[in-house]
Each structure stands twice: as C-alpha cells, then as structure tokens.
Design a protein around this ligand. Structure first.
Ligand code: PLP
Length: 399
C-alpha cells in the first residue's frame, strides 16, 4: 500500500492488513480463506513452499492468508516486525513460554497477573519441570534478586488485573537484558495507542485478543508480536502444538482492530469520569484507576502510558454482600468475567478470576471480598454513572 507520510494509528488500523491482494480480485477487505488445504502447483513448488524457499500456502495449521492479514495488522499495531495468532490468549502465553523454556529452566513473573496465567505458571509449568518465582512487580530489587542462572524469561502486565498496579516496563526490560533473559509482556489491558511494550524494550508482546482487540465479546483469540527473530523461535510451537486461530476468527479480529483506537478513546474517557464519580461516593472505599491523580503511581503512569484504558476496580463498603447487592441492581452494566467489550462489564474477582486462590493469597494481592472490577464500554458516561449511583444506593449506609 502506498504511504508517502507516517499515518496515525487511527488511520493505520482502518487500512492495515489489506496490503496484499490475497484473492486477485482487488477486494477492499481480505476474504476469509476458509480452506484447510491449498493446491500444489506442481511437485517442485509444493516442496519449495514446505522448505520455506518459496512463498505460498500449503496447510492452514502452518499458515493461512486471512490469518496472515491479521498478523500483518497486529505487527503494525505493536510496532513489531512480525506476529502470530493463536486460538486464545492463554494458548499464546503457553506457546511463548514453551518456545523459550525447557525442563530445568526458571521464569520470573509478576504476582499481579491474570488468574488463568497465574494458574498456568504455578500449577501446569511445574509438571514440566519449569520453575516459577512470583514477585511484586513494583519491587525492582526483589525482581533482580529472584533471577537465577537458569532464568530464561521475565513476565509481567503493564497494568495488573484487577488492582491496576503498573509495572515499569522500561526498567523490567533493562533488568531482563542485563541478565540475558527475554522480557515477555501481556498487553491485554493497555493496547496501542495506550502502550507499546516493544518500544519500551520488551522482546515479545502478547494479547488476549478476546478482549480489547476483538472488542465485541464474540471471539476467542490470542496474538503475539515481536522481532522476526523471536517470531521464528515461537512459530514451531504454534505449528506443532497446533493452538492456531481459525480464518473466520482472524477475519472478525481484523474487523475489530479497525475501531480499536476509537473504542479505547471513548472507553478511557468514560472510565475517567466514572472513577472520579466513584471516588466521591460514600459507599465506595478504594478506587483503582491508572488515570486518577490520587493513584500513587499517577506521575509514573502519565509518563509510561498514552491514556489509561477502560479498566478500573473499586471496593464497596460492606464486603461480598454489598458487592452482590450492587451487581444485582445494575441495569446497563452486565455481570460477566470478561473485559474490553463495547458494553460495560462488571466482575467480582474474588468469586471469579481469582476464585482458585486461597483467601490469604487474594489478600496478599489486594483482592478484597468487596472489590469489583469494571470494564467500561462505549455507552454514554452519564448513563453508566446513573446506573452505578442507583446500584450503590442499595447498600445500607453505615455498612
Ligand atoms: C490479562 C489477560 N491475559 C490473558 C488472558 C487469557 O486470555 P484468553 O481467555 O483469551 O485465553 C486474560 C483473560 O481474561 C486476561 O485478562
């Protein structure tokens, strides 16, 4: 595609992934190549494609034109050289870990990561003889101390789920490279234009594309972007463990990317208004939002991020019973575990994403029984505030 000047991300996401004329029919949008197989022109060219000596398609577990269009868009989004797509965010995370770690290796991860990733690291990797140490992502001395000679990866999220504590990705990257480790960042909560981990020095960036990238809660997918060299290390895991994305889901995801920057703008401005409202409400204790001046990391957040996403969490006074009251009385905001949707979604981490942890583990992570996580959508902010106000009034005062 002709580009005589640097396009803004809003423009790029509308036009990205369309550069190749995949069908030969000059379509505006890439077609869905819903085919497992591609016919060999002749015996020699089929072999050359298989050996990587010639460009082309053979079998959709290896590569597929619609998926390649998505990969092109994802690497454009994250300023990588290349990208790979997977059947879910966790499939992407597992593939990246498997690409770099083998039995006897060690990984250091932030303790404030998505509950499913925490489980994968704590319970599943140990079955393969890969050890994991969890650290407070804000304690950089502790991070350095936890690194061993067999540490291969450092792993974190820029804004932690669900407490929204920030990791300094620039510093994590310096520490990783001083110790000959790779830094892997799950950027699900802060997609571009909010933050680009590769620009901050990370080696690999991952998204649960199920969330903001897709944006409509109608698909499950995961993506990875990195330099070409790193992608070629990860590609065989995708190919031979087989956690690939389907062409139709790739196409849906590409459509979601068209409006990602626009959605994030609205979700972020809505979330800031809601965070300010919640801070003044008598039935609300702590409010966690990266863009609130009262956030202890606010100055740092202003430097690291370009916007703060639609993710926030808040503690209602009165614990689990009060949290339940609020969720049951909401009219617009829906009660479900996911995030990043066009509609506003609320969840109760202690009974959903972090239910597998012990109460002590949850307390150590700052997940109180009255904590609610809100993924703010694109509705009118005043309507969302009205909805929250009415639900919060259901909590008896003095609880
Ligand atoms: C931050 C984060 N990373 C990864 C995942 C896993 O993604 P998926 O459900 O697409 O496997 C989630 C899911 O909620 C998440 O919130």
């Amino acid at each position: 595609m002709k580009k005589t000047f640097a396009w803004d991300i809003h423009t790029r996401m509308v036009h990205t992934g369309t550069a190749r004329d995949l069908s030969g029919l000059q379509t505006l949008n890439p077609p869905i190549f819903q085919s497992t197989n591609f016919l060999y022109e002749d015996v020699e060219s089929g072999t050359e494609i298989l050996l990587g000596k010639k460009e082309g398609y053979i079998y959709s577990r290896y590569s597929n034109p619609t998926v390649d269009a998505l990969n092109e868009a994802v690497s454009d989004l994250e300023n990588g050289d290349a990208a790979l797509s997977f059947s879910s965010g966790l499939a992407a995370i597992a593939a990246v870990v498997m690409a770099y770690c083998r039995t006897g290796d060690h990984l250091v991860a932030s303790s404030l990561i998505y509950g499913g990733t925490y489980h994968l690291f704590k319970e599943q990797l140990s079955r393969q003889g890969i050890e994991v140490t969890f650290v407070d992502p804000t304690d950089l001395d502790g991070l350095v101390e936890s690194i061993r000679p067999n540490t291969r990866l450092l792993y974190t999220e820029p804004l932690a789920n669900p407490t929204l504590v920030s990791s300094d990705i620039f510093k994590w990257a310096v520490i990783a490279h001083q110790h000959h480790c790779k830094l892997v960042v799950d950027n699900t909560f802060t997609p571009p234009p909010i933050f680009r981990p590769l620009d901050a020095g990370a080696d690999v960036v991952i998204h649960s594309a199920t969330k903001y990238l897709g944006g409509h809660s109608d698909l499950t997918g995961g993506v990875v972007a990195a330099s070409r060299e790193e992608i070629e290390i990860i590609r065989p895991i995708m190919k031979y463990y087989g956690g690939i994305i389907s062409p139709f889901v790739a196409w849906l995801l590409l459509r979601g990317l068209r409006t990602l920057p626009l959605r994030l703008e609205r979700q972020s401005s809505n979330a800031l208004k809601i965070a300010h409202f919640l801070e003044t409400h008598p039935n609300v204790g702590k409010v966690n939002y990266a863009g609130l001046p009262s956030n202890p990391q606010f100055d740092f957040n202003r430097r690291q991020f370009n916007g703060y996403s639609g993710m926030l969490s808040f503690e209602v006074k009165g614990g689990f019973a009060a949290a339940k009251q609020v969720m049951q009385h909401l009219e617009i905001i829906r009660f479900t575990g996911s995030l990043g949707d066009v509609s506003s979604l609320i969840s109760h981490p202690a009974s959903t994403s972090h239910v597998y942890l012990t109460p002590q583990e949850r307390a150590a992570l700052g997940i109180a029984d009255g904590l609610l996580r809100l993924s703010v959508g694109i509705e009118k902010a005043d309507d969302l505030i009205h909805d929250l106000q009415a639900a919060l009034e259901q909590i008896p005062t003095g609880t």
